[in-house]
Design a protein around this ligand. Structure first.
Ligand code: PEP
Length: 262
């Protein structure tokens, strides 16, 4: 049943607009200290811009990677308040979130800006974590996959199969983010399998390297059953990533599911 899955869970913790420098350092150290016991998984911390350097220092030499929450699509220039791909790379990032639903909903991001940002990330040597997901009304109206298709087509326009080997897709049903409501494993898998099919149609073998992770109120208690699903390659975690126990617990439970199948 789980024949396709060949690698351990990829789990990213999106700290959103939380934590002082001292708190960020402390949490990053705790996660880095747990990392040796979580071998086989990909761990990434995604702090606010102000904590990137401190978190980068705290996880240096560990298996924990660094990601940013957003970037601008130009490399430099008069764009007050923005941060570019080369700057993130220079700060030690390997990943960057693109098109998180909070950016789309609160800051007017569109599939077109998502696409510009994804391309800019790739150009800078960063792996974009491209976020897609439907709102509740779309799900209730049976328009989930149509919405996802539009977000994929728009957000990934012009990317090659080779690019896709460096892209991560995060499926995050908007109604499950920060609400305590999680998509059931079957609901999530249905959309992940759909995304996988769409990627294969568009990119053929290039899609094989593309991880599709789930986000939306993931906790240690639901991580095992979600990761058991064939097309769920890991998680994008918000609230539960703000405590080391929660974040590490999610990774442990996903690893438990992974080890049972390998
Ligand atoms: C997120 O912000 O990407 C997210 C999934 O948040 P939460 O885990 O809090 O639902």
């Amino acid at each position: 049943m789980l024949a396709r899955k060949r690698r351990g869970p990829f789990v990213a913790g999106n700290w959103k607009m939380h934590l002082t420098l001292a708190e960020a350092r402390e949490l990053a150290r705790e996660v880095a200290a747990a990392a040796p016991g979580l071998g086989g998984s990909g761990l990434v911390l995604v702090p606010p811009f102000t904590s990137l350097a401190a978190v980068g220092d705290a996880v240096a030499g560990s298996a924990v990677g660094l990601g940013a929450q957003d970037l601008y699509w130009e490399d430099k220039g008069a764009f007050t308040g923005e941060v570019s791909g080369p700057m993130l790379k220079d700060a030690g990032c390997a990943y960057v979130l693109v098109g998180h639903s909070e950016r789309r909903r609160l800051f007017g991001e569109t599939d077109e800006t998502v696409n510009r940002k994804a391309r800019a990330a790739l150009r800078s040597g960063l792996s974009p974590v491209v976020c897609v997901g439907e709102v509740l009304e779309e799900r209730e109206a049976g328009r989930t996959t149509a919405r996802i298709d539009l977000q994929l087509a728009g957000g990934l326009a012009g990317l090659s199969g080779e690019d896709m080997g460096r892209v991560i897709i995060a499926y995050e049903p908007v109604w499950a983010i920060g609400t305590g409501k999680t998509a059931s494993p079957a609901q999530a898998e249905e959309v992940h399998a759909h995304i996988r099919r769409r990627l294969e149609e568009a990119y053929g073998k290039g899609a094989a390297g593309c991880a599709i992770i789930y986000g939306g109120s993931v906790k240690p208690a639901n991580s095992y059953s979600l990761f058991k699903e064939e097309n769920i390659d890991g998680f994008l975690v918000g609230g539960a990533s703000l405590e080391a126990d929660g974040f590490v617990g999610i990774v442990r439970e996903a690893l438990r599911a992974y080890r049972e199948e390998t």
